[in-house]
Design a protein around this ligand. Structure first.
Ligand SMILES: [Mg+2]
Length: 160
């Protein structure tokens, strides 16, 4: 299995998107309005080219149940339902702050324990530190969100 860990803010939206598309009056931040369908289409392109599954690593996963987030992303064009989301770890028992990279590694370890073989993965992320997972990151520029160049990098990394 190939996996795309998906961030939302700065990846599926961007400064440019918010400049171009007027914000609907009264819309909540955690709504379809904050998701750029053009960026979602680029996730579809990665998925269709590599047969990857999508796992949500965005903080949005703490805002709503996964099925609601699936429906929201589908309403903006995501063709494949989310597989799952990474766990929220925050800190170790002795107070060390854990990163989004640690959450990715924890997700991978759980899948491995369940007998799932992950052949390759990429993390689409604009700002969060990823620690030892940084080498698997496609760093997205939050000013423009996910680009065609990012898609090409992600596909290449998944097919390596
Ligand atoms: Mg982000």
């Amino acid at each position: 299995m190939r996996v795309v860990f998906l961030d939302i803010d700065g990846v599926l939206n961007s400064d440019r998107y918010f400049e171009e598309v007027p914000w609907p009056e009264g819309a909540s931040w955690w709504s379809a309005a904050a998701i750029d369908p053009r960026a979602v289409a680029r996730v579809n392109a990665i998925v269709s080219e590599t047969n990857a599954r999508v796992v949500l690593s965005s903080s949005w996963r703490r805002r709503a149940p996964l099925d609601e987030l699936c429906a929201l992303l589908r309403s903006r064009g995501l063709e494949q339902p989310l597989l799952s989301a990474t766990p929220s770890l925050y800190r170790t028992p002795d107070g060390v702050r854990l990163t989004r990279g640690d959450e990715v590694l924890s997700w991978l370890a759980s899948e491995r324990d369940a007998g799932v073989i992950v052949d390759a993965y990429v993390v689409l992320e604009d700002e969060e530190p990823l620690g030892e997972v940084e080498a698997r990151c496609v760093r997205v520029d939050s000013r423009v969100g996910l680009t065609d160049a990012d898609v090409a990098r992600a596909i290449a990394a998944l097919q390596r």
